[in-house]
Design a protein. Sequence first.
Length: 190
Amino acid sequence: MRTLISSAFISLDGVVEGPGGEPGYRNSGWTFKDVEFLPEAFDIKGQEQKEASAILLGRTSYEAFSPVWPDMEEFADYKEMPKYVVSTTLAEDKPVSNWGETTILRSLDEVAALKETEGGPIIVHGSATLNQALSDAGLIDRYHLLVFPLLLGAGKRLFSTTDKDTQKLKLIEHEAYANGLQKNVFDVIR
């Protein structure tokens, strides 16, 4: 069984929307505007590329990343890695051609089936709506969170507000950085 890892830049109040400057969100670009950049705080991003064997994205994040990430040196290890896009609306002919193999999954059942295949970890980037659905369905195995010392108020959150049973997590790695960022890696306890 493959490990499904949710990786997120997240504000202290749980917002994940628009961290890199995506349009349409009033605090867009919050990860680089008000927090000093320290390369060591982002080392986990390089580790994720080395450890992952596939990327899982929602349609919105796929449409935001696919025109940009294939040509970015920072994401070179992801270029040929298989991509899976969870979407009921993305047309089969829409995946970009310069970013490796892309498969469209139409349901969370297909994500569950993917997890049952052979292979290494699957990483989820961005994809707030997908993350909420995956979490609520019990499909996420680990969280890689870079927590920013910001309160953003409104915005898409990593976790849904669904009334559900308590989900226990085990902190397996953590570090605090001089700029106030915190790395928290949690395994989901089943």
